[in-house]
Design a protein around this ligand. Structure first.
Ligand code: HEM
Length: 136
């Protein structure tokens, strides 16, 4: 459960492959400007598409047999979960969004998520990122 505290950070690392890539582009004023990760990912539409695919993949992952997770997913609004996750990634990568959901500890408390289940979730995310050809 300790790892849950670090998951926003882990997610950003997974998406980037590493931190700052130092990619630059020229602004209309002719000045060099370092793109935010949010811009390099393709902005909110790209993040929304990745979140859509990832959450659907996770929800359908039969390797994850955690009954508490399944019951919670069945009880909540999945569009709401997707909206919160997309805003979390948007805000965490330098985008204009505000995250309005619970902190990671409170969102996942009582779900008894194991390290193995966490690893499977990361695998699902990597599969999604590969599908969308998100580069390192
Ligand atoms: C990189 C790791 C993860 C991130 C960034 C993340 C992020 C989030 C966010 C933003 C929410 C919505 C919070 C809210 O509605 O207030 C959420 C909810 C949830 N997450 Fe995660 N999560 C991660 C890992 C996991 C894992 C490993 C599982 C289970 C295998 C999981 C299962 C759930 C469930 C069931 C909910 C719904 C909780 C509820 O609404 O009561 N998450 N997560």
């Amino acid at each position: 459960m300790k790892t849950i505290r670090f998951i926003p950070l882990i997610l950003v690392f997974v998406i980037t492959g590493c931190t700052k890539m130092g990619m630059m582009h020229e602004s209309s004023m002719g000045m060099m400007h370092e793109s935010s990760l949010y811009e390099r990912l393709g902005g909110k539409p790209a993040i929304d598409a990745v979140v859509e695919d990832f959450v659907n993949r996770l929800g359908g992952d039969t390797r994850i047999k955690n009954e508490k997770v399944k019951a919670r997913l069945a009880a909540i609004s999945i569009p709401n979960l997707k909206m919160h996750l997309a805003n979390l990634i948007c805000a965490g990568t330098g985008g204009p969004c505000k995250y309005g959901g619970r902190d990671m500890k409170n969102a996942h408390v009582g779900l008894s998520i194991t390290s193995h289940e966490f690893d499977l979730t990361v695998e699902d995310l990597v599969t999604t990122l590969d599908k969308f050809k998100v580069p390192a």
